[in-house]
Design a protein around this ligand. Structure first.
Ligand SMILES: C[S@@+](CC[C@H](N)C(=O)[O-])C[C@H]1O[C@@H](n2cnc3c(N)ncnc32)[C@H](O)[C@@H]1O
Length: 239
């Protein structure tokens, strides 16, 4: 499959439909397994200081790895995983069942631009590697604020545009040149992983993403670099 330079929402959905069955394997290979560590850190920041038994949203949950990290970290929470791509949700549901977390994980087919949840439903919202794939990320950020309770927390794990250090330039080269080849071999969809590299290059830097989060209405916005090119940004929905 070849992906156009700037795919629209329907093309993004077809990219993730095409790679759903091999998405997890590819994540583990291309990050050398580090993505599990990044997700655990994201879950910890999303849930910090929140009461037990809350509802938590994993927006763009895909195959559910962040949702499952949230469920493990918060044994009394209920996790909703929202994603418009049903084949990704099916993988997530299967994994939750196999890990004995199916009773606390609810997959919902939904788009981040218009979530089918009432205002102030969730104590925390987290998302991993999603905003780059949505047509207008600032609107999705506002929608995440709408469904958060006052004082609720947002945590975003994202690949951001790279800085100028040698290490970050090496990672940019790896994404542009190696990952599409690997993606072609592992998933059969080299174009999907070429799109992936381009989507990172056209995304803001970590401070730029933090500024978007702030502009969407969040307070106490902070960010941290987890690895070269990988940022965790979080904020609180004002009470
Ligand atoms: C790179 S994957 C990340 C999946 C998962 N969060 C993870 O950490 O592995 C991007 C996900 O965003 C979803 N997505 C694409 N457009 C979306 C939208 N408009 N609203 C919500 N999710 C969307 C895709 O279906 C896909 O599952």
């Amino acid at each position: 499959m070849t992906a156009p330079t700037t795919p629209g929402p329907a093309q993004v959905r077809s990219i993730f439909t095409a790679v759903a069955s091999r998405y997890d394997l590819m994540n583990t290979l291309m990050t050398f397994g580090l993505h599990h560590l990044w997700r655990r850190q994201t879950a910890r920041i999303a849930l910090q200081g929140l009461p037990r038994g809350i509802w938590v949203l994993d927006l763009g949950c895909g195959t559910g790895d962040l949702a499952l990290a949230l469920a493990r970290r918060a044994p009394f929470a209920r996790i909703v995983g929202a994603d418009p791509v049903v084949p990704m949700l099916k993988v997530a549901q299967g994994k939750a069942g196999r890990l004995g977390l199916g009773g606390r994980f609810s997959p919902v087919a939904a788009d981040g631009i218009a979530l089918p949840f009432a205002n102030a439903t969730f104590g925390a919202v987290a998302c991993a590697f999603v905003l780059r794939n949505t047509p207008y990320p600032p609107a999705v950020l506002r929608e995440m604020g709408r469904v958060l309770v006052p004082g609720g927390r947002l945590a975003i794990l994202e690949l951001c545009r790279f800085g100028d250090s040698y290490l970050e330039r090496a990672v940019a080269w790896y994404l542009r040149c190696v990952v599409p080849l690997l993606g072609g071999v592992v998933t059969g969809h080299r174009g999907a992983y070429a799109y992936f590299a381009r989507s990172v290059e056209s995304f803001p830097t970590p401070p730029g993403l933090a500024e978007w989060v702030h502009t969407a209405g969040f307070a106490q916005v902070r960010w941290r670099r987890l690895s070269p090119g990988v940022a965790l940004v979080w904020g609180v929905w004002p009470g």
